[in-house]
Design a protein around this ligand. Structure first.
Ligand SMILES: Cc1ncc(COP(=O)(O)O)c(C=O)c1O
Length: 385
């Protein structure tokens, strides 16, 4: 039998989709499953956004377009960055992408050699690890600590950087922990990247989703002209996961090459969808409503988890993930996730799906109704006592 490439052999699937498939199987067998595994808002995309895309579709915006994004959307993104980050990038610093996910792959491919490494948080977003697996690039992992509310400690980051490090990835608010870094911490990360002359990918997909603390970006230090690449998108803040729309803002020469890679793989981001993205950026009052709902859910879930003697959970400051410590149950992460699904009908993810630092934890995505959250707490209480 002919073999696959080494990169393909190294690839592993996304744990969230595996758990979802198992949960669906159980549902087919008649079991009532509570879903906490997938990281997507359960709200509908706001109507004005869908209307804008449908109108564009009817107007015939159905052809190939500029691989970097339509000028109207790139301009709207420049406006958005100016409003939310405090500086205005040039249009040629902006790349519109089909989902934010590919930006991670594009950045690693355009900036890092296989013999080099990327410094990143552990636990961290699944795609970071998939990209490392596929490319064979080494990850220098910075363990996030519960006692630090899972905020990445810049001095721990500094420790893992060596002569072969080329790129730092920072993600605040963070998946899977909901940790949100302080202004001083974010500034220190930007300073380290500058001192060591490294690229810095700032994954800001949850930038609009914070609770008690504001979001900060390292990008103001160089205004994305030297080393910083912002990753952001529409999936989370506007409940548009299935649209596949994201964007990168970075140094012109990096964006130019990332755009060529996009062109080589998917040609361009669909034209009519980009009109939906423009509408999203124009009407952000919707995000506040969604965050009010998420705040209530977070409060119910976290106080519920902390009322169970064998669990404890840090209060997440952003995104929509809870990352409880399960060590007192005597189970490891995988055993707990299997127990939750098979015995209690709760689909959640083992912390180890997000890196070795996730051992002792599980992730619950609280993008689900309050009634389901309450029921999950009852099931956990009964099952663990
Ligand atoms: C930290 C992080 N970055 C990037 C993404 C990718 O988002 P998109 O759905 O736009 O590809 C996600 C999605 O789960 C995420 O959690």
């Amino acid at each position: 039998m002919r073999s696959l490439s080494k990169g393909a052999e190294r690839l592993r699937g996304n744990a969230a989709f595996d758990v979802l498939a198992r949960a669906k199987d159980l549902e087919k067998k008649g079991k009532k499953i509570l879903h906490f595994e997938i990281g997507e808002p359960d709200f509908d995309t706001p109507r004005h956004i869908s209307d804008a895309a449908v109108e564009a579709l009817h107007q015939g915006k159905t052809h190939y377009v500029n691989s970097y994004g339509i000028p109207e959307l790139r301009k709207a993104i420049c406006d958005e960055v100016e409003k939310t980050r405090g500086f205005r990038p040039d249009m040629d610093q902006v790349l519109v992408t089909p989902g934010a996910n590919p930006i991670i792959f594009f950045a690693a491919s355009c900036l890092v050699e296989q013999s080099q490494n990327i410094a990143l948080q552990d636990p961290g977003f699944l795609t970071y690890y998939s990209v490392l697996q596929y490319t064979g690039i080494k990850g220098n992992l910075v363990t996030l600590k519960e006692e630090n509310e899972f905020r990445l400690d810049p001095e721990d980051l500094n420790q893992v950087i060596d002569d072969n490090t080329r790129l730092i990835v920072v993600n605040s608010p963070s998946n899977p922990t909901g940790g949100v870094m302080t202004k001083a911490e974010i500034e220190r990360v930007a300073e380290i990247a500058e001192e060591k002359d490294l690229y810095l990918l700032s994954d800001e997909i949850y930038s609009k989703m914070t609770y008690d603390r504001p979001f900060h970006t390292p990008s103001i230090r160089d205004e994305c002209k030297e080393r910083t690449i912002i990753l952001d998108g529409f999936s989370k803040a506007y409940a548009m996961t299935g649209w596949r729309l994201g964007y990168a803002v970075g140094p012109k020469k990096v964006i130019e090459k990332m755009g060529m890679l996009l062109q080589a793989t998917v040609s361009c981001t669909p034209d009519f969808l980009q009109y939906g993205a423009i509408a999203a950026l124009e009407g952000s009052q919707y995000v506040d409503k969604m965050m009010a709902e998420f705040t209530e859910r977070r409060n119910v879930l976290i106080s519920g988890l902390n009322s169970i003697p064998s669990l404890s959970c840090v209060n997440p400051q952003g995104a929509f993930y809870a990352f409880p410590n399960i060590t007192k149950t005597g189970m490891n992460s995988k055993e707990f996730a299997d127990f939750a699904l098979d015995e209690l009908g709760i689909a959640l993810l083992p912390g180890t799906a997000f890196g070795p630092g996730g051992e002792g934890y599980v992730r619950l995505s609280y993008a689900t109704g309050i009634d389901k959250i309450k029921e999950a707490i009852e099931r956990l209480k009964a099952g663990l006592e």
